[in-house]
Design a protein around this ligand. Structure first.
Ligand SMILES: Cc1cc2nc3c(=O)[nH]c(=O)nc-3n(C[C@H](O)[C@H](O)[C@H](O)COP(=O)(O)OP(=O)(O)OC[C@H]3O[C@@H](n4cnc5c(N)ncnc54)[C@H](O)[C@@H]3O)c2cc1C
Length: 311
């Protein structure tokens, strides 16, 4: 089948790859650069225990299996994984209690640890990725399988030639295609900071601290700014994350914020997993990855690729 995928973020490139794996032909329409939307702001944390309570995400194990399988392929081409293993620090007694429950229920995925005086859970198969490298490398694989990219904004679906099937993976622009979408939009900012020294463990403790692909530059963040849909970067918002980094790594000296990134997360207002909607007989919408894009995109992309083959 010829499939037009609109949007080249984590969702669009993942669905392109899943479709190509099943023998379909893919044309990707991306107005900006590939990975230029919310994806460029992603701090890159991939694990199945999100949220304050650190409970196993819906379909978290299945999604993690698929993401790890894809990463094995990508790692043959590029250094997509920046850290292997993630430490989730419990900041309150309640969190400590919740994390212990997760450790007891999912010993395959998580273990209880105390690190640098902080109680929490160690997720050995969790990892921190460069999200941009993830999509770039995945897209390079797509091109090898014959996919093509047209760098153009799709204004109307009539614009797409020979459209056998269309997948709209348009992130924060998805409501333009389906005004009945019950989604929330949440501005997030992440920051790259230059440090003297290095870190060993990637930490998630409300804020996140992880390496980038550059020496002495860390990625920290990210903000959840409700009600502000502007794309302005405000470097002052980095302050609490810098302070948090200093509490985990007092020996590391932050020198300056190198850059701030901003993106809009899109989520389903009713549930924290992606939205796949049929909006016409030959058109599906794939969005709502919220703050779990890396966890959910591969799994749901594979599901969508199977679903569109059904009559
Ligand atoms: C600050 C921040 C930190 C985050 N940290 C994490 C994290 O640690 N782990 C994690 O898993 N997730 C994280 N996320 C979430 C993750 O980044 C998103 O879930 C993911 O990037 C969403 O991908 P997407 O493809 O749906 O959207 P996008 O990346 O926004 O892609 C949509 C693309 O569609 C294109 N487009 C839109 N309309 C059209 C059109 N008409 N024609 C052509 N192209 C069009 C846009 O140009 C854009 O490139 C974070 C998000 C933010 C903002």
């Amino acid at each position: 089948m010829q499939v037009h995928v609109v949007g080249g973020g984590i969702a669009g490139v993942s669905v392109a790859w899943a479709l190509l794996q099943r023998g379909h032909t893919v044309t990707l329409w991306e107005a900006d650069k590939i990975g230029g939307g919310a994806t460029q702001a992603c701090t890159g944390f991939l694990h199945p225990f999100p949220g304050l309570r650190g409970q196993m995400a819906y379909l978290g194990q299945e999604a993690m299996e698929v993401a790890l399988r894809w990463l094995q392929e990508l790692e043959k081409r590029a250094r997509v994984i920046l850290h292997r293993g993630i430490f989730r620090a419990a900041l309150t007694q309640d969190q400590q209690y919740d994390f212990e429950i997760s450790c007891r229920r999912f010993p395959r995925w998580v273990e209880k640890v105390v690190w640098r005086g902080f109680a929490g859970m160690w997720i050995p198969q969790g990892c921190v990725l460069s999200a941009v490298c993830f999509v770039d490398t995945l897209w390079a694989l797509c091109e090898e399988k014959g996919a093509t990219w047209i760098q153009k904004k799709v204004e109307s679906l009539d614009q797409l030639p020979n459209n056998e099937f269309i997948v709209l993976a348009t992130g924060a622009w998805s409501h333009l295609w389906d005004p009945s979408l019950h989604s929330f939009y949440n501005k997030g900012q992440s920051f790259q900071i230059h440090i003297k020294g290095d870190i060993d463990w990637a930490v998630s403790a409300g804020g996140q601290i992880g390496r980038t692909d550059r020496d002495h530059i860390l990625m920290i963040g990210s903000t959840y700014e409700h009600g502000d849909l502007s794309c302005n970067v405000n470097l002052d918002k980095a302050k609490p994350f810098v302070e948090q980094m200093e509490s985990f790594y007092p020996e590391v000296t932050p020198s300056r914020i190198v850059q701030g990134f901003v993106g809009l997360r899109v989520g389903d207002s009713k549930r924290p997993w992606p939205l796949i909607r049929t909006i016409a007989s030959n058109t599906s919408l794939f969005t709502g990855l919220g703050s779990r894009g890396l966890l959910y995109a591969p799994y749901f992309a594979e599901q969508l690729a199977i679903q569109i083959e059904k009559p």
